[in-house]
Design a protein around this ligand. Structure first.
Ligand SMILES: [Zn+2]
Length: 227
């Protein structure tokens, strides 16, 4: 690989499990670096709505109840990357998910003498993440958020703000579901972590700290990767 080639625009990949704050961090990168976050779902919807060649192909496949092929996603991505608003670079979210897709993405970028700048992995402590997510609950009366460990109501089961006792927990926020989600994430992502590690473009960020600290560390990484 020719590492001396000037890379522009920047192409970043964000890897992180649900609950790691990927959305928050991506928005920060958009604001600070003028990057555009591209998620697979948004890409597909936009291409279908715009009626591009690849969008029409995607629409036909989805209407038949089938999965959109990697090739169609790559074609949509090729169209999207050439749009004016992507001139500063993009953050890919949700693609690639497999090493086959990662290879296809590398081939696509090579067409325009580009390559991935950096793949950023938001690392979490699984046990702490389970505790963080499964402890959340919300007041059904006023919407105030609480947490079993980090922000319990002063009086057990009673909202500090409005006095309601109607506390709600999201069904999928229980420990088993969160644990299973993290396990699935690690199983799916491990090959990608290895793929980008081998290419020397993988960076890891501790995603368990304060949002501002994570954002600052992220900004430093992106600065290094894009300068
Ligand atoms: Zn309340």
């Amino acid at each position: 690989m020719d590492m001396g080639t000037t890379i522009s625009p920047a192409v970043l990949i964000l890897l992180g499990p649900p609950g790691a704050g990927k959305g928050t961090q991506a928005r920060m990168l958009e604001e600070r670096f003028g990057l555009v976050q591209l998620s697979t779902g948004d890409l597909l919807r936009a291409a279908v709505a715009a009626g591009t060649k690849a969008g029409k192909a995607a629409k036909a496949v989805m209407e038949a109840g089938e999965l959109v092929s990697d090739q169609i996603v790559i074609d949509i991505l090729r169209d999207r990357l050439s749009a004016a608003d992507c001139a500063n670079g993009v953050i890919l979210d949700g693609f690639p998910r497999t090493t086959v897709q990662a290879q296809a993405l590398d081939d696509l970028l090579a067409e325009s003498r580009q390559q991935i700048n950096t793949a950023i992995s938001l690392d979490v402590d699984d046990a702490a993440m389970v505790k963080r997510i499964s402890g959340r609950f919300t007041c059904g009366g006023c919407g105030e958020g609480f947490h079993d460990s980090f922000k319990p109501p002063v009086k057990d089961g009673v909202c500090d703000k409005c006095g309601s006792t109607d506390m709600k927990r999201r069904a999928d926020d229980n420990a088993e579901t969160v644990g299973a989600r993290l396990e699935a994430y690690h199983a799916q992502t491990a090959p990608l972590i290895a793929y980008y590690g081998d290419k020397g473009v993988l960076k890891s960020i501790d995603a368990m700290g304060e949002i501002d600290t994570i954002a600052a560390n992220m900004a430093t990484l992106v600065d290094q990767a894009t300068s």
